[in-house]
Write a protein that binds this ligand. Structure first.
Ligand code: ADP
Length: 603
């Protein structure tokens, strides 16, 4: 999210805290301390072996001119050094990677818990694809940063410093020549690191946008197909990818220039050292007290290569590390976010009668701050009553139901549930006492049994009873796998009516004190309609019910009908009282056949 000044902001409009918390980043790896210490020891040993190896290399060159025995011995030592180095490299690489995997697994779990507990309004403004991106790619970027990259950085740093020390002890003048070139390379690398970090970040953002677009189209494939929107979807994705490609193109050039530049500088330095070293060897051949032996020059050159390599790798690691810092800002921001509506903490009442009272409620959706959706609504639902909400679509009926679930908090006024202010009640507890059946219920891609018991554990008898009450047992029994039948992608595709009956069973198994219902407007086939209605009628017995009603039979049976229009109560009373008023309600009932607000019922 960006504000009008182009700063990255959080969904509440506050600028995203840009400060990178390196200490906290490192703390992520704290539980892996033991692993990391062992890995670091292995790193020391393997780096050490790499550091002394060139010395023996040089010795081989010198002793080869003198004695075969000494040559054999020196090469054997060199071989043992390399062997040990390889072994400890293996340990190092394995343990650091393992630690990285553990850190990222833990981080992903924490991040998901943090996302899933956010208030509903958060999901109105944060797109699903964006959040999933944070879970997958941002954490991936971070995975290596705190362990592997950090260890590599240490390793190359050690390698560089160690090599330089050996080089100084071999020949100070020669080292001096080399060091004259280093600052130039350093400066270039640091500048480049900054530039590439920005490009990479840009690229990642564009890719994130494309991911979100793809996710949206793929998850709504039916809508895409219905409107033959394939080309449109492809175009929209292509345009996002095109934008990321443009950045990617720049990134490629930058990377190429860097590789070339560093290569030129590093190998230029080698050539310079080679020339100066060759001169020293020549002097030594003329006068053995002057200059250096060929072996020393060999060792020196190897060290130079090591320094150059360490340097080049370090600067590319620096880029990765910077990218990880960027990702960490976004991750920590999400990890620290406290939901505006808590999910726990609060009172638990000894009993819940399901009564509801709205007192002068005003409400505006946080994602649409300019429009007040509920403009001062008060009503009362006594225990055991059945209240019907009716009115033109967009009037605010579903919003009222959302407020009872405390998906959102009202801007002013109080909502009481069971005689207690909703804000004082433990949301986790009171939501167990409320069940909601929506028009198009969502079932999870697991078995029917798991769907019915989503709200609480239940015995087989309880599941069967709930399914029977919901008129679902009959069709579930016809499936080969019965209650273990998988729903959705890999399982059985259920019809709208079947889904709804499973959703009713899922609601019934909670034995809710308050039932919130949204009658389907979309016409089911007559048979299904009848079965669903029967299940709903049964579900409504012996409990408090608030129903967004679309059927005449429902409003006729309601203890009270509340007509909601443009965020206000237009009329309130029984069906007969409201008809007598000759107002909005009467018109709604008369219009039922055309408007779709109240489709005809079958009785
Ligand atoms: P009804 O159920 O009577 O059809 P709703 O409660 O769904 O009406 O909608 C009332 C108003 O609130 C509408 O203008 C709708 O666009 C708006 N609205 C509903 N849900 C949201 C949301 N999540 N974010 C922003 N506005 C919303």
């Amino acid at each position: 999210l960006y504000n009008e000044k182009g700063q990255e902001v959080r969904e509440d409009g506050k600028p995203l805290k840009k400060k990178v918390d390196i200490l906290r980043l490192i703390k992520l790896a704290k539980p892996e301390t033991v692993l990391l210490i062992v890995a670091s020891l292995a790193l020391l040993v393997s780096s050490g072996s790499q550091m002394v190896a060139p010395l023996f290399f040089g010795m081989v060159v010198d002793v080869a001119q003198k004695s075969m025995d000494e040559l054999n011995r020196t090469v054997l030592i060199l071989f043992v050094i390399y062997l040990g180095g390889a072994f400890f490299s293996m340990i190092r690489s394995w343990l650091f990677n393992l630690a990285g995997q553990r850190v990222v697994a833990r981080l992903r779990k924490q991040l998901f818990s943090s996302i899933i507990k956010q208030e509903v309004a958060f999901f109105d403004t944060n797109r699903t694809g964006e959040l999933c991106n944070r879970l997958s790619s941002d954490t991936q970027v971070l995975q290596n940063a705190v362990t592997v990259n950090l260890s590599m950085l240490t390793r190359y740093m050690l390698q560089m410093i160690g090599s330089l020390v050996f080089m100084f002890s071999l020949n100070a003048a020669l080292t001096g020549v080399l060091l004259a070139v280093v600052p130039v390379v350093t400066l270039g690398a640091v500048q480049y690191g900054k530039f590439v970090k920005k490009l990479r970040q840009d690229f990642q953002d564009r890719l994130g946008d494309a991911g979100t677009t793809a996710e949206e189209s793929i998850s709504s494939i039916r809508t895409v197909r219905t409107f033959s929107g394939e080309v449109k979807a492809s175009n929209s994705y292509s345009s996002d990818i095109e934008k990321s490609y443009l950045v990617g193109k720049k990134l490629s050039v930058a990377l190429g220039l860097f590789e070339g530049g560093v290569g030129l500088l590093a190998y230029g330095a080698v050539a310079l050292v080679l020339w100066y070293g060759g001169k020293l060897v020549y002097e030594n051949s003329q006068d053995s007290t002057k200059g250096v032996t060929p072996g020393v020059l060999t060792a020196f050159l190897l060290y130079t290569l090591q320094v150059a390599m360490a340097f080049a790798l370090m600067s590319s690691l620096y880029g990765d590390f910077m990218q990880a810092l960027g990702a960490s800002v976004r991750i920590f921001d999400l990890l620290d976010r406290q939901p505006e509506v808590p999910n726990e903490d609060g009172m638990i009442l000894p009993e819940m009668d399901g009564s509801v009272e709205f007192q002068d409620i005003h409400f505006t959706y946080p994602s649409r701050p300019e429009t007040e959706v509920i403009k001062g609504i008060s009503f009362q639902v006594k225990p055991g009553e059945m209240i019907a909400l009716v009115g033109p679509s967009g009037g605010g009926k579903s919003t009222l139901v959302n407020l009872i679930e405390r998906f959102y908090d009202p801007n002013s006024g109080t909502i009481a549930l069971g005689g207690q202010d909703l804000k004082d009640l433990d949301p986790c507890w009171f939501r167990q006492k409320i069940s909601m059946v929506s028009q198009e219920p969502t079932l999870f891609a697991c078995s029917i049994k798991e769907n019915i018991t989503y709200g609480r554990e239940a015995t087989t008898e309880e599941i069967l009873e709930a399914a029977k009450q919901a008129n679902a047992d009959e069709f579930i029994s016809t499936f080969d796998d019965g209650y273990d039948t998988l729903v959705g992608e890999r399982g059985v595709r259920l019809s709208g009516g079947q889904k709804q009956r499973i959703a009713i069973a899922r609601a019934l198994i909670m034995n809710p004190a308050l039932l919130l219902l949204d009658e389907a407007t979309s016409a089911l086939d007559a048979e299904s309609e009848h079965l669903v209605q029967e299940a709903i009628d049964r579900a409504m017995k012996a409990r408090t019910v608030i129903v967004i009603a679309h059927r005449l039979s429902t409003v006729r049976n309601a203890s009270k009908v509340i007509v909601i229009d443009k965020g206000r109560i237009a009329e309130m009373g029984t069906h007969d009282e409201l008809l007598a008023l000759n107002g909005v309600y009467k018109r709604l009932v008369l219009r039922q056949l055309t408007a779709g607000a109240m489709p005809p019922d079958n009785d």
